[in-house]
Write a protein that binds this ligand. Structure first.
Ligand code: NAD
Length: 257
């Protein structure tokens, strides 16, 4: 059974009263836009391929063309879909916090998503823990590629230094951008409310952020249609899809329900 009206109302009151809100999101929030999670079975063109093998530096070096074409397909897909009601509701929570005297420093959206749908929905205070797949950098030296890269290339284009370009994502086995991780850890420790939406809470170090919040005394609310590794420890579990539960919370905040 999905989250009860009483639980939704309770969490809306937490949002209303909190001083520092952090929202942590994962691939589940983009599912209703039509972007598959890594745990969904790959279909069509990519059936039979394992994302966990392709989304690695070793996978890229072994077959740069294959990995490039997979990211090309994913970049096209994210460009063709739209942010959903969950993304929009999260952007509206940021807009409300910016209107408060306490100021926008008191809202942060930390995402593991690489699709830029939060930004397209209007979120501006976004920490991208795993980078994104719409910009590119040099595989060898990290030079940022400033030019726009056309679709449908069969092989990665070259950086000005001659090395291969790669998407600006964090692959499995790679370190997260230090400044982003440090900022995310800081807001997690300092917040008094964290919403954890659409993540299996398995991929580290993102999965530690809710525990940092709990240790700092924050309430941690999990929103997911399925239970996860975090559910038992969360203050409240709101069962349901992000695109349903997030707008419901906003409506409760508006006093409509
Ligand atoms: P995950 O695939 O491990 O877990 C997805 C979670 O979303 C699951 O717990 C599932 O129950 C939940 N879920 C499914 N539908 C939902 C819905 N409608 N509303 C709310 N929750 C829903 O995803 P993860 O925890 O983000 O970790 C996987 C890694 O894959 C991340 O590192 C991420 O960078 C990457 N990834 C990103 C995208 C994207 O940017 N859209 C897509 C695929 C993978």
């Amino acid at each position: 059974m999905d989250a009860s009206q009483a639980d939704l109302k309770k969490v809306a009151s937490y949002i209303k009263e909190c001083q520092r809100l952090v929202i942590l999101t994962g691939a589940g929030v983009s599912k209703e836009s039509g972007i598959p999670t890594f745990r969904d079975k790959m279909t069509g063109l990519w059936e039979g391929y394992d994302p966990a093998k392709m989304a690695t530096p070793e996978g890229f070096l072994k077959d740069p063309s294959l990995v490039w074409r997979w990211y090309d397909w994913r970049r096209k897909l994210v460009g063709e879909v739209q942010p959903n009601a969950g993304h929009v509701a999260m952007a509206s929570l940021e807009a409300r916090s910016s209107a408060l005297e306490s100021g926008p420093d008191h809202f942060t959206l930390v995402t593991q998503n690489v699709d830029r749908l939060h930004q397209r929905a209007g979120s501006t205070r976004v920490l991208e823990l795993h980078g994104n797949i719409v910009t590119f950098r040099c595989f060898e030296r990290g030079h940022q590629a400033h030019e726009s890269i056309p679709f449908d290339l069969e092989f990665p284009p070259l950086c000005r230094c001659g090395a291969l370009l790669r998407p600006n994502v964090v692959w499995f086995g790679e370190a997260l951008p230090a400044a982003v991780l440090s900022a995310a850890s800081q807001v997690a420790r300092q917040c008094d409310l964290m919403l954890v939406v659409g993540t299996s809470a398995l991929v580290q170090p993102a999965a530690s952020l809710p525990y940092m919040a709990l240790e700092g005394g924050a309430k941690v609310i999990e929103i997911n249609p399925n239970e996860t590794a975090l559910t038992e420890d969360a203050t409240t579990f709101l069962k349901g899809a992000s695109g349903v539960v997030m707008p419901q919370l906003v409506r409760f905040l508006d006093g409509v329900n």
